[in-house]
Design a protein around this ligand. Structure first.
Ligand code: MD3
Ligand code: FE
Length: 214
């Protein structure tokens, strides 16, 4: 599915941050979206809440895979069950599993695929991804729909940041020296994609959560 697209060269604007602009063709994006829509019927997007304050996220979420990332008043963690349906998360779509194998070269398959949906006004504050055990495993992100302004910082919250646009079909991999960088989504640019007819943006993030027992 994805391997059929021309092997574009990755940009590496920061060591360990690779971006493949437009790696997924429009046809691949549409096929992936159709799969997501099928799975979201039984595995709906929901609005997580912040630890302690209980303030709702502006991003709505769901997951695919053996484990899903969740947040509520008690904290951030990975769970085997959807917090509102109580059912297991559906499997990670085969095309995404193949993309992980091809791009990361990591010896074990991804366990979690977080689905983030950004409406017009959604954003994600600067944070680190540190709820996963193997920090030597890359994180792989696929963007669909409207272009986002992505902010990448350093290993401490304060300090300089750089911004990049992430457009529909772009794929990004964070590994090695970038794996623990602070990052966030400042905003979604309206009218930048026709993929989602109601606008907005979907980001799919593939992760290894537990140490592979090899
Ligand atoms: C940089 N999501 O879900 S994905 C997240 O577009 C998250 O929805 C954003 O950050 C989104 O945690 C960004 C790209 C990404 C993922 C992991 C990273 C960038 C990263 C880890 C380290 C540095
Ligand atoms: Fe993150």
């Amino acid at each position: 599915m994805f391997e059929k697209t021309a092997p574009l060269k990755a940009l590496e604007p920061v060591p360990g941050t690779r971006i493949w602009p437009g790696l997924l063709s429009r046809q691949s994006q549409e096929a992936l979206l159709a799969t997501l829509r099928g799975q979201i019927v039984e595995n709906p997007l929901y609005q997580p809440t912040m630890p302690k304050t209980g303030k709702p996220f502006s991003v709505s979420m769901t997951n695919f895979g053996d484990l899903g990332w969740v947040s509520d008043r008690t904290g951030y963690r990975y769970e085997e069950l959807h917090p509102t349906t109580g059912r297991p998360w559906p499997p990670i779509p085969g095309g995404l599993q193949a993309l992980w194998g091809t791009l990361t070269g990591y010896a074990a398959p991804p366990e979690a695929c977080l689905v983030n949906y950004y409406g017009r006004h959604a954003k994600m504050g600067l944070h680190q991804d540190r709820d996963e055990k193997p920090l030597n495993a890359p994180v792989l992100s696929v963007s669909l729909g409207a272009t986002a302004i992505f902010r990448l910082g350093g290993l401490e919250r304060k300090g300089p940041t750089q911004s990049f646009k992430l457009a529909s079909g772009d794929v990004m991999m964070l590994s090695g020296p970038s794996r623990l960088r602070f990052h966030g989504i400042d905003r979604v640019l309206p009218g930048t994609s026709t993929l989602l007819e109601k606008g907005g943006r979907i980001n799919l993030t593939l992760r290894r959560v537990t140490d592979p027992d090899l």
